[in-house]
Design a protein around this ligand. Sequence first.
Ligand code: ADP
Length: 674
Amino acid sequence: MANKPTPKKSAVTETTAAETSKTTKKRAAKKAAGAKAKAAAGTATAAPTKATPAPPAPETTAKPLLPRIRAGEETAALRPMPLVHAFTRAEPSTTVTAPPESMAQPAPARKAKPTPKPKPAPAPAAEPSAKAPEQPTTSRDRGPEPEPTPEDRPDSGYQPEPEPHPEPQHEPPPPSAYHEHRPSLFIVQITPEMAPVAKVGGLADVVFGLSRELAIRGNHVEIILPKYDTLRYDHIYELHEVYRDLWVPWYEGAVHCTVYFGFVHDRKCFFIEPHSHDNFFNRGGIYGFADDVFRYAFFSRAAMEFLWKAGKHPDIIHCHDWQTALVPVFLYEFYQQLGMTHPRVCLTIHNYKHQGVTGAELLRATGLHQPERFFDRLRMGDNTHKNALNLLKAGVVYSNFITTVSPRYAFETKDGGQGFGLEPTLHTHHMKYGGVVNGIDYDVWNPEVDHHLPVPYGVDNIDAKYDNKRALRHRLMLADNEKPIVAFIGRLDPQKGLDLVRHAIFYSLEHGAQFVLLGSSPDQQINNDFWGLKHMLNDSPDCHLEIGFDEDLSHLIYAGADIMLVPSQFEPCGLTQLIALRYGTIPVVRTVGGLADTVFDKDFSDRPLHERNGYRFDNYDPPGLESALGRAIDCYYQFPEHFRELMKNAMRSDYSWNHPGQDYLNIYDFIRNR
Ligand code: ADP
């Protein structure tokens, strides 16, 4: 057996040890005995090289890659956008979904009109043959336009008074670092989640990280969230009321709301609190309620009503998943009629599995009183269920651009059978569909400065990672031996490949590895299954399953583990493998979605050696999993220098928001200029 790094000294503090779960403590004595017996001697392998990780360099030379398209030229000039990228191999450090070169060419030579004005993009751009809804615009944009026909008027029975309010004055002006290169945009993100105040999954991290990147690049970014009772208020600074009486149309009346403002680690956030006996956001949790569709339909309407009443006219409204997919519908069906013609909408779909499918009641609640119009398959009518409405589909139809979170997933959802019924809709709207790989926030996920870690480390002092490995073992009462630690962190959802996770636990234990799991599920049955497994393995000194959500522990696992397992059935992007890469923890992943776009197999990739950063398997079955996990464990033991090189490759790759931030700005420019 080859040498393997021996931790130098336990860095665990009293506090860390005290956090250990009760269950674990019960078996502490047994594990401690095992630990002593198995403590391995060995020396650290070759010293790290001098290479430094690529910092997320500011984009001082950033330029919009897309041509400015003048009025009258848009039809000829537009080409299918980033989806093209789905078929090309992305560079590991530049998974940019910018338009291909051909996109950056000037529009076909056609004389521009003397005073070209941007034209608002058509909203529900259904099939070419379909009648698209009317697009009222400002006279500033297009000059006088005919009144919308009665058919196109909103039929909510409610016409809010235009009551523009000044925006809160306490916000600093946007930074100007990039002003000389591109105009600053006013971007509003409307979202059901944002880390760390309201986090269920990766969507929360994306909103947090992307917002920061956009702000760094000189844009003014605001975020609108529900005011959940479960918000992490300890992360919200200067929370105060900014709009006391917001009346949001709902059924035949209106619901009274209050809007709060606060900073979440410098992000400017508005929180909407409805005062109604529906008690939409005081449920002790974020999702999982029978009326979720109505809760988020209400939130979407409330967010739009707030923008309107507060006199905010963002350049871009960026919404996320089915929960806020009605935002563009409300914009184009209601608020454009009232004069809000400026914003363009980008919808990011983080997961097609959840689409917000519901019945006609939604139309009554939201004031979209034209069933024949909205049940139309070209608008909101579900592709599978005849009498159902599909919110995510509505978002696809009405948004100016739709992104999903990796080029490969964009391809899989449109053409690979992963669209959960939305494939025909994506084909119809392919011109405005593409994939952008998520980034991770390097302020939060950076082993060099991560305050959750007892010992910070980077690619230049990679040995310190093993102090964190020791700390992890100490905290979870695992034996301190020569074995690699295989970890899984994630929602315990069938999507994540739970049967393969179970298989991997036993496989790892049988093949000389330890296993750590951190995960939870809203599904009690799944939780119970994993509790059963935990009890079964309770006496093993090499295994710890932590059922629950624990952000702090997740940092220590990313740092302390050697191998991160992500065996998903499907994976839109996946953040765990990106974070693992940053922490030099080698990902073992299935070749799907964003995993395939970001992890390159040590043995079988056609990339140069220095770009290979993990292990992949194709088939969703135990032999498939073993083919990759087995190679990773073997490499750890038999070729530690190779394993170490892989760790360095992983840590050097740039999966910050640097590139995705630019990609999103290109998309914003694209839809603003249409
Ligand atoms: P998804 O969005 O499908 O849940 P992602 O991989 O995109 O999956 O994002 C998961 C994020 O949530 C990661 O940041 C991961 O570390 C975190 N996470 C998932 N489960 C847990 C948990 N039980 N405790 C702490 N963090 C978790």
